[in-house]
Ligand binder design. Sequence first.
Ligand code: CA
Ligand code: CA
Length: 359
Amino acid sequence: MKKFKRLVAIISLVMLTATVFMPLAGATDEGETPFAQFTSSAFMDTENNFVVVQVTLSGLEGEMSSSHIKLEYDSNVLTYDHYLEGDVFEGTLEVESVNGKIVAVQIAEDKNITESGDYLELYFTYNEAEAVGTIDFALTAFQVFNADDELEDATAEGCSYTFEAKYGEKEIYTSKAYMEENFLVVEIRLEQLALEPFIETATCFITLNYNDKLLTFDHYEEQESFMGTGSHELLNGAVKVTQERVEEQTLTGKFLKFYFTYLEEAIGVALDFNFDIYRVAPGVMTWAEASGCSYLIYYLGDINGDKLVNTGDAVCLLRHITLEEMLDEEQVERADINGDGVINTGDATKILALCVADD
Ligand SMILES: [Ca+2]
Ligand SMILES: [Ca+2]
C-alpha cells in the first residue's frame, strides 16, 4: 500500500513562527511589553466541512485602530474560503489570499478596538485525499496601529490542526475477474466496512491498476450495494473511480464492476489487477485492505492452454469424462464449449468438429 504510506506521512509543515515582523517600526527594545497579542486555534466545523482558524486578540493596551495580519498554511491541502468577524472586530476587512498565504488588512475609520476577545475566523475547505495528519498555521501580526495611528508592536502565535484519521479501522475488499460476453470484467466486492453505517456522507477513492498494453478500459458499473454517484478518470495503466456517497449507508456486497476489452495478444497471458482504496468522511479517513486478482484469457475449448483447439484438447476432455484424469476448475470452464454447465460428450463432439474444420 504505497499510497497508504504516502498518505500517512505527515504533511510537510509550514514552519511555525511567533516572531513579530516590523518592517516599518524599526527596532523595539527587548523585553518591552507588546501592545497587543494575537493567538490562534484551529478546529473543524464538521457540519459544513471547514477547517476554521480562530484568531483571538488579548493583552491590548490602549485602543487599536487597525491591523495587518498574515496567516500561512499548506495550500496543497487547504483552500481559503471566507472569513467571519469576531465580537471585538471593528471596521472592515480586506483579505487577499495568495499561494498558501492570507494577508488580512483591517481598516477601522473612527472605530477603535478596546477589548480582548474573538477577532477573526478564517474558513478553509480541504483536499480530502491529502488531509491526513497535522497542518500548521503560522500567524504573524506585522502591523498594528494604535488609536493615534502610530505603529505599535504586537505578537502573534500560530497553531496546528490535526485531522482525525482512524488508521486502525480498515475496510476489506476482494476482487475477481471473469469473462462476460466479450468483456473481461473485474468485480470488486466490499467484504467489510469500517464504519457501518456511515452517519455522514463520504467519498470513496478506488484506483484499479491493469495492463494497459493488453486491456482497454471500457466502462464501469456501480452495484446495488453502493448508494451514491461516481465519476472516473483514466491514468496510465489505471482507472480511478471517485464515489460520492449520498445515502446514509453503504452495504457489504458487490460494489463495482470494471469492463475491459482485450487485444488478441492477451490470450494466454495471466493479467494481474490490484487496487488502492480509501474512504474519507468529514474529518475521518478509513483505510482499505484490497486483494487483487489475476485472470487468464483463453480460447473456449483450449483445455490444455496451448492457444489452439485441437485433438490434444479432445483427449484431455475424454480422459476427464472417463474419470482417468480430472480437469481443474479453470479447465472445466474452458472445456464446457457448448455452455450447458456440464462436461460431457456434447463438448467432445463440438471440439472434435472444430479439429476437423481446422484440418
Ligand atoms: Ca489446446
Ligand atoms: Ca458442456
